[in-house]
Write a protein that binds this ligand. Structure first.
Ligand code: GLV
Length: 320
C-alpha cells in the first residue's frame, strides 16, 4: 500500500519534490487559511503521517479516526495544539522542531527593544505626519542596557535571549520548572522564584510553553507584583496571560508596557482592548519567521516523517 502524508498548509513545492516518489502527498491548498476540520477528518483516515501547524487542533477524535497514522509532525517547537496523551495511547509518535528556531530570541529581543523605546508609536506618528519637532521628552521610553531581564522559561530560546541580553550588559535572572545549571554558568544567569522574578525584573520575558502549570499564570496578581516601570514581553503562548488582567494592569499604570507576539485567540482583531493601548506593541505570532529558520523547521518535520514511516526513530520526539 502506498504511504500517504497529509500536510495541513501549502508548503513550497521544492520541499515536496525531494520526497521519495513512493509517498503520496496530500497538501492543503492554502498557506494561510487553515485546512477545514472535515477535510482533515476525511484525509486522515488513510494517512500514515500528518504534518501540522500550531493552529491545527489535533485531538483524540481526530487521532482515533486515523488507524494507519504513525506520526504527527508539528511545525513548531510548542505542541499544546496536540493531545500528546491520546497520541501515546494510540501509539502515534508526536514530533516538534526544537533547537532550529532560536531565531525566536532575535524577535523577542526586538520586541523588548521596540516596547521599551516606543518604536510602534514612533512609526505610526511619522507615517501620520504627526512629528512636529524635537522635544525633550518626546517618545521618551525606558532604557534597556544595564537593566534586569527576568526570563520565564529557560529553554533553548530563553537561553538565547539571555546571551543577547549580555551584549546589553543586562543582569539576567530566570525562573524555570527546573534549574539550568549550565546556563547559569555559561550566561551568568541567576535562578529566582517566580515571585522574585516578578518583583525585581525591569523586563519580564515569557517564553514558557503552555501547560497546566503555566496557563493563566500572568494574571492581575502577577502584574501587581511587578514594578510600575516594568515591561512585560510574551513570545511564548497567549494562554499564559489573562488578557483582561493585562489590559487592566496597563491601563492602571501598574506596569509600563507590553510587547506581545502571541494572543489567546489568534489572529487577534483590531477592536481587541489590548490594541487600543498606546503602550502595547503587537506582532502576529512571527517569532520563528525567518526564511532560514522556517526552511530548517520544514526540513526537520519531513525528516521526522520519513524516518518514522520507514520504521526508524524520529530525531525530535515529544515526550509526555
Ligand atoms: C511557535 O510558536 C512555535 O512553537 O514554534
Amino acid at each position: 500500500m502506498q504511504l500517504k502524508i497529509v500536510i495541513t498548509r501549502k508548503l513550497p513545492e521544492r520541499f515536496i519534490n525531494v520526497l521519495p516518489s513512493s509517498i503520496e502527498v496530500v497538501m492543503w491548498e492554502s498557506d494561510h487559511i487553515p485546512m477545514p476540520r472535515e477535510q482533515l477528518l476525511a484525509q486522515i483516515k488513510e494517512a500514515d503521517a500528518l504534518l501540522t501547524v500550531l493552529s491545527d487542533h489535533i485531538d483524540r477524535e481526530l487521532l482515533a479516526a486515523a488507524p494507519r497514522l504513525k506520526i504527527v509532525s508539528n511545525l513548531a517547537v510548542g505542541y499544546d495544539n496536540i493531545d500528546v496523551g491520546a497520541a501515546t495511547d494510540l501509539s502515534i509518535v508526536v514530533t516538534n522542531t526544537p533547537d532550529v528556531l532560536t531565531t525566536t530570541a532575535d524577535l523577542t529581543f526586538a520586541l523588548l527593544l521596540a516596547t521599551a523605546r516606543r518604536m510602534g508609536e514612533g512609526m505610526e506618528l511619522v507615517k501620520e505626519d504627526q512629528w512636529r519637532s524635537w522635544s525633550p521628552f518626546f517618545l521618551a521610553g525606558g532604557d534597556v542596557h544595564h537593566k534586569t531581564v527576568g526570563i520565564f522559561g529557560m529553554g533553548a530560546i530563553g537561553q538565547a535571549v539571555a546571551s543577547r541580553a549580555k551584549g546589553f550588559q543586562m543582569e539576567v535572572i530566570y525562573h524555570n520548572r527546573n534549574r539550568r545549571l549550565e546556563a547559569e554558568k555559561a550566561l551568568g544567569a541567576t535562578y529566582v522564584s517566580f515571585e522574585e522574578l516578578l518583583r525585581t525584573s525591569d523586563f519580564v520575558v515569557c517564553l514558557a510553553p503552555l501547560t497546566k502549570e503555566t496557563a493563566d499564570i500572568f494574571n492581575y496578581e502577577a502584574f501587581k507584583q511587578m514594578k510600575p516601570t516594568t515591561y512585560f514581553i510574551n513570545a511564548g503562548r497567549g494562554k499564559v496571560v489573562v488578557e483582561e488582567d493585562l489590559v487592566k494592569a496597563l491601563s492602571d499604570k501598574r506596569i509600563a508596557g507590553a510587547g506581545l507576539d502571541v494572543f489567546r485567540e489568534e489572529p487577534i482583531r483590531s477592536h481587541h482592548p489590548l490594541l487600543q493601548l498606546k503602550n502595547v506593541v503587537a506582532l502576529p505570532h512571527v517569532g520563528s519567521a525567518s526564511i532560514d529558520t522556517r526552511t530548517k523547521m520544514i526540513q526537520l518535520c519531513l525528516k521526522n516523517i520519513e524516518r518514522v514511516v520507514e520504521g526508524n526513530s524520529p530525531l525530535t520526539p515529544v515526550k509526555l
